[in-house]
Design a binder for this molecule. Structure first.
Ligand code: ADP
Ligand code: MG
Length: 570
């Protein structure tokens, strides 16, 4: 779906229509003020007519107060529309992002998506607000002041007609230079954000490895690039206003000089000169306003493009039109010559085949980066396979409804997170209707019951953002508990007991075997001890499957497995 602004504006048509009208009235008050001032100078002062001066002055004050009121009303309308539209767009971006699959998130990065939802939407907001405030006022003042100036003295006005093209030329020069830069500004902003985020979330690692200096330099580089693009944009944009002022002021000087000559010969009054200069100032002010508006539109153009990119993203993983739901039984799973590549260049998993019978326990082992997580992430379809196919009960995994598949397959990812709330709210994540017995059962099986019941509020205890008020091992156990609520048909633990001591790890596996008797279980681990009871063990080595079999067979036939085993059992 393409990103279009009109449907969003529709909802706010009243403030959108009224704002410019209010501003128009304000502009009228601006336009008549110089005439009144001229009256005071030309008639009031020479005649010494105090009453006249006071009356006109009061009228000027009243008119300007009314104008002020209109200005406030317009401001309100502009805020209502701009922030309202901003809120609606952000909501839609957010709901779009939640539909994206892991590959799109990899490609666009979380920070770039965040920047789009925040900065680019803010840019659209600014444009809408500014439009409401200037769309009627600036052109009206420009035309009105020009006509008024012409009425006062057509010859002097010609000075302005001559100056106009100069202003336009400068203006288009600046636009031509800055236009392409705005896209760069945003890309560089994304870079800075990404480096910042990476550093902040990994800041303990950075410190532990004494990599601060290195990381600071990396940040500096991104930051410097960002600065340089901004300076370029700034340089070009900053010449606009001073040159504009210079040109306008030179014109004013010329007006005063030529006007003074005319006053001397009686062609112009002093008041007329004053109001003429007032109109000139208003002309230049409205020119600046229009210039700003156009610059904002250009910037907004690049922001709209970036928002549109989010709108146009099609999740690569989604349910087919006539996708079917899974039957309510434990299915057979088959990987048939499955290969997967993140970038299309190198395979993270190569030509992998296995049949997993209902209720089997499968172990997956291999060094870091060998493709273990890649393999298990294919089952809940976080990614689509690149080659080959995964069959569930003989049918391609893609023919099943995604919701139903993910209800079936419960995975504890390698870096699991808890959400802020309570332990209970976290446990009910998969199944909001889970009974309290079920939750207790999950806590017991995941070896969490002990430390949860020791807390004063038990299961109602607070969980802070990311679960940081729990230790690594406690977090792992709670995420396992969360995964087994709702009785999944397939349970995947991706290195989920790495922070547990051997005894707890052992108890955990025993309990899971008892509680989830029929469930197919896939355990990824770096430790042979954690998986040696498995019916089948898959041994991975840089994306290649170098062995499949049970513990004893592998000890005899698979060298990689034997090496891992020996290194851990010396
Ligand atoms: P393991 O879980 O065995 O440690 P992974 O399955 O996480 O290994 O990674 C296998 C390979 O794929 C590694 O070389 C890793 O660098 C690469 N990889 C993992 N995740 C991504 C990703 N999101 N984008 C690109 N490459 C990735
Ligand atoms: Mg992994």
């Amino acid at each position: 779906m393409k990103f279009k602004l009109i449907p969003y504006l529709n909802k706010y048509k009243w403030p959108l229509a009224l704002g410019p009208i209010f501003k128009f009235f304000e502009a009228i008050t601006d336009l008549v003020t110089p005439i009144l001032v001229a009256l005071i100078i030309d008639r009031g002062i020479p005649n010494g007519d105090k009453n006249f001066i006071i009356t006109i002055s009061v009228i000027v004050i009243v008119i300007n107060l009314v104008g002020f009121g209109f200005a406030i009303a317009c401001q309100k309308c502009s805020a209502l529309t701009a922030f309202g539209v901003g809120k609606d767009i952000r909501r839609d971006i957010y709901s779009k992002i939640t539909t994206l699959s892991a590959s799109e998130m990899d490609k666009y990065t979380t920070m770039s998506l965040t920047n789009r939802a925040v900065h680019d939407v803010a840019q659209v907001q600014t444009a809408i607000g500014m439009t409401i405030r200037q769309v009627s006022r600036a052109p009206f003042l420009l035309v009105g002041s020009t006509i008024a100036a012409m009425i006062i003295n057509i010859r002097l006005s010609l000075i302005f007609v001559a100056v106009m093209p100069i202003i336009l030329i400068i203006f288009f020069f600046v636009m031509k230079k800055t236009n392409p830069l705005f896209v760069k500004v945003k890309t560089n902003l994304d870079n800075v954000s990404n480096v910042t985020r990476e550093n902040l979330s990994g800041n303990r690692v950075v410190r532990a490895f004494n990599k601060q200096q290195y990381e600071i330099e990396r940040f500096e580089r991104a930051n410097e690039k960002f600065m340089n693009v901004n300076i370029k944009v700034g340089t070009y944009s900053s010449i606009l206003q001073p040159i504009l002022s210079l040109v306008v002021n030179l014109a004013v000087v010329l007006v005063i000089y030529l006007g003074a000559l005319q006053v001397n010969v009686g062609g112009l009054t002093q008041g007329q000169i004053v109001s003429f200069i007032n109109y000139l100032t208003q002309i230049s002010a409205s020119l600046v306003a229009i210039a700003r508006l156009i610059i904002i539109y250009i910037r907004t153009g690049s922001s709209k493009k970036r928002i549109n990119e989010v709108f146009m993203m099609e999740p690569s993983v989604k349910s087919k039109e006539n996708a079917m739901a899974l039957d309510d039984k434990i299915p057979q799973i088959e990987f048939k010559n499955v290969s997967f590549s993140y970038n299309g260049i190198k395979d993270a998993l190569k030509d992998f085949s296995i049949k997993i019978m209902p209720g089997e326990t499968i172990g997956v082992i291999g060094g870091t980066g060998s493709g273990k997580s890649t393999l298990v992430n294919l089952l809940p379809r976080f990614y689509n396979v690149t080659k080959g196919e995964i069959l569930i009960d003989g049918k391609n995994i893609n023919s099943y409804d995604l919701k139903s598949l993910r209800k079936f397959v419960s995975i504890v990812p390698q870096n699991p997170t808890l959400f802020s709330g309570t332990i209970e709210s976290n446990l009910k994540f998969r199944d909001p209707n889970a009974s309290s017995e079920e939750l207790t059962k999950a806590l017991i099986a995941s070896q969490s019951y002990g430390f949860v019941s020791e807390k004063p509020n038990g299961i109602k205890s607070n969980v802070e953002r990311g679960g940081r008020n729990f230790s690594g091992g406690q977090r792992q156990r709670l995420t396992i508990a969360r995964a087994i609520v709702g009785n999944p048909k397939i349970l995947i633990l991706d290195d989920s007991s790495s922070a547990l001591d051997f005894q707890t790890d052992y108890e955990l596996r025993k309990a899971l075997k008892l509680t989830l008797k029929n469930t197919t279980k896939i355990y990824v681990s770096q430790r042979t001890n954690s998986i040696k009871q498995a019916d089948k063990i898959i041994v991975l080595d840089s994306g290649n499957v170098v062995g499949i079999g049970d513990h004893n067979t592998l000890l005899e036939t698979c060298e990689v497995y034997r090496e891992i085993y020996d290194s851990q059992n010396r």
